[in-house]
Design a protein around this ligand. Sequence first.
Ligand SMILES: *Cc1c(COP(=O)(O)O)cnc(C)c1O
Length: 456
Amino acid sequence: MKNTEIPYKIYLEENEMPECWYNVRADMKNKPAPLLNPGTHEPMKAEELAGVFCDELIQQELDNSTPYFRIPNDIRAFYKMYRPSPLVRAYCLEEKLGTPAHIYYKFEGNNTSGSHKLNSAIAQAYYAKKQGLKGVTTETGAGQWGTALSMACAYLGLDCKVYMVKVSYEQKPFRREVMRTYGASVVPSPSETTNIGRKILAEHPGTTGSLGCAISEAVEVATSTPGYRYVLGSVLNQVLLHQSVIGLETKAALDKYGIKADMIIGCAGGGSNLGGLVAPFMGQKLRGEADYDIVAVEPASCPSFTRGKYAYDFCDTGMVCPLAKMYTLGSDFIPAPNHAGGLRYHGMSPVLSQLYDDGLMRAVSVPQTEVFEAAELFARVEGILPAPESSHAIKVAIDEAMKCRESGEAKNIVFGLTGTGYFDLVAYQQFNDGTMSDYIPTDADIERSLSMLPKM
Ligand SMILES: *Cc1c(COP(=O)(O)O)cnc(C)c1O
């Protein structure tokens, strides 16, 4: 098929949007390890999780065998406000790079949260509402998840309490204001409003916070306030399930034009966009129907896959959450504060961790100045100002396209463009001023935090 036969943007019709989410766990031979009770080290039962999470989401979390979950009509109606999202053929980028590769990106930045996070936020808020709850609590780092959840809660009339990592709260006042515009209350974490927050502040005065700490606070408030549950924007199995809408649409768009992807690339923080993007392709791979080169891209400053350990660990600093088996740098690991973007979580989705451990995908880590170089090149030719997180995928897509220029191969490279970077202009400013650094943790840094993994 000649290039010109493929439109710049492949849009699906509304009625081509998936009717079900796909649960890749159903096709995994080695299932992801179960969440464990941090006290007894026994697998968490639904009853034990019921104080923390919404009931229907717990069913989704624990279900390793049902391949398809019907997307409720109310959620599909909400999706229609910003989905199907376009799959874009990056003709201008290809030309700029002089590569024979065909580059496609799935653009998830076309909603006010500026990211893919809304796909799961609306689902989680929907099940909370259906259960008759008053509200939900959560944490946010970069702010996209908090924004997405605020939007979903405003739509459904739920209260939303967001614990925002203090450094972001201070650096991104506009993010905070968007959340408040959608009616959420936003508290900088660690805060004086929780036991764990007060404890952390006493032990580390002046700390700028971390995701792990904000999670502990949000969980504490959810479990101690009647009518509230806690929701999380990444890492969990249920989140990957909801995000499969990205991959299902991508596959439908490629199939529509008879395009077979060779490589699928995504940035990986907690693994939700990558897990969603690759889900149906990984399913084919697991069932032996097709093969793909699947690549996770992580920041060199927070390299869970490439330098972490596959082990049970705490999901939060306060050690109140269940233990998850995942590639982790240790729940005590605090990534360099100068790193821009929301890929700063110490762990990784248990689903992706198992797939990676089984050799079904690979991972690379990239330093942040190279990421911003790629981001600016992309912005100049493709028009979109990418989120720093998404730019990790851009960086590796460009590297792979350049390899194709050497080898003359016309590979089909697909990557996830998870969002836009309008709230990340302080990071862009640092890059433009030449003051951005590339802090990479030493082996000793990582060994130190790994030495504090729970003893199993
Ligand atoms: C949160 C976020 C990510 C990283 O989270 P994952 O769960 O790994 O997908 C990537 N890109 C954007 C724009 C985000 O907001």
